[in-house]
Design a protein around this ligand. Structure first.
Ligand code: NDP
Length: 309
């Protein structure tokens, strides 16, 4: 039986592993479908404190992993597909291999950015297609970029991108934003932002050139097709928290994010860290912060259990 199991190998999971390993708990970390998490999909992180010259997302995750390993964390590949929390032992089913039994559990499974799913878009992820303006926006100085979406994320991404880009095109499939009024007004008033109402992206150009050169758009009202020249494309149509195995087991908000109070979920001994419980900040550093919190909470809880038994 494991003392602490951590699900997820992003900034939250690795930080939880560093802390629990250093506390002598020999945590087991299950890597999930994307080892290293969302940061490995960006080129360079410029806002993680401590790296004034920036750090490659992959290198940062690798450093965190090695740091956890140094203190005795163990790693295992696999994806949790189901869980049972009905006794003192938490049981996890993985997509392959033996199930895991653990006393404490830290869920750091993250969230996955939604993309439109066009083949041309998928082909250019990391080559001008991104879902994180905070991560990649600074690479688009003095060139036009596009943001797809009409919610608060799209508004935030568009406003952030005005700091760098020569022009920010917001492409929205309807004639009204879903975003909060204050954010929508800020976007509509901004001199650098041009809104393309009732438009959808049909294709991202140009996979053959291995870079984004423009978008093929369609007006959903008239059917008219047009081309828009941009050097960057940001999907901002929402994130999906990776909480499927915990549906009906852990309290979630209507969007599926785990509800956590100081990382404590609705089940004692089960903690949530990183984007899986954070629809607002979604930064590597906040994920790392909650990973630390979850580790300290788990350590304390295990100590209390041992003292009481
Ligand atoms: P939302 O679900 O609120 O918005 C998604 C947007 O993307 C919608 O405008 C939607 O269009 C559009 N969209 C979805 N799918 C497609 C598609 N296939 N093609 C084209 N467009 C599509 O997600 P957000 O990430 O913006 O926000 C999630 C939650 O987080 C919200 O509650 C939001 O308020 C909150 N949030 C708060 C922030 C803040 O307070 N600072 C910052 C960011 C998020 P349509 O409108 O037509 O459905």
């Amino acid at each position: 039986m494991e003392r602490v199991t951590i699900l997820g190998s992003g900034a939250a999971g690795f930080t939880a592993a560093i802390y629990t390993a250093r506390a002598g708990l020999e945590p087991l970390l299950v890597e999930g479908p994307q080892p290293g998490g969302q940061l490995t999909t960006t080129t360079e992180g410029e806002n993680f404190p401590g790296f004034p010259d920036g750090i490659d997302g992959f290198a940062l995750m690798d450093a965190m992993r090695r740091q956890a390993e140094r203190f005795g964390a163990r790693f295992r590949s696999g994806v949790a597909v189901a869980a049972a929390f009905d006794g003192p032992v938490r049981r996890l089913e993985l997509d392959g291999g033996e199930p895991i039994e653990t006393r404490a559990l830290i869920v750091a499974t993250g969230a996955t950015a939604k993309y439109l799913g066009l083949p041309s878009e998928q082909a250019l992820i990391g080559h001008g297609v991104s879902a994180c303006a905070t991560c990649d926006g600074a690479f688009y100085r003095d060139v036009p970029v596009a943001v797809v979406g009409g919610g608060d994320t799209a508004m935030e991404e568009a406003l952030f991108l005005t700091r760098f880009a020569s022009r920010v095109h917001v492409i929205h499939r309807r004639d009204a934003f879903r975003a909060s009024r204050i954010m929508a007004e800020r976007v509509q008033r901004h001199p650098k932002i041009e809104i393309h109402w009732n438009h959808v992206v049909e294709e991202v150009r140009d996979p053959a050139a291995k870079q984004v050169t423009g978008l093929a758009l369609r007006d959903v009202k008239t059917g008219a097709q047009s081309e828009l020249e941009v050097a960057g494309y940001f999907a901002a149509i929402g994130h999906r928290p990776n909480t499927e195995p915990f549906r009906g087991l852990l309290e979630m908000n209507p969007a599926g994010y785990l509800v956590a109070d100081r990382t404590r979920t609705s089940v004692p001994g089960v903690y949530a860290a990183g984007d899986v419980q954070d629809p607002v900040y979604r930064q590597a550093v906040t994920a790392a912060g909650t990973g630390c919190m979850a580790a300290l909470e788990a350590e304390r809880w295990l100590g209390e259990q041992d003292a009481g038994s």
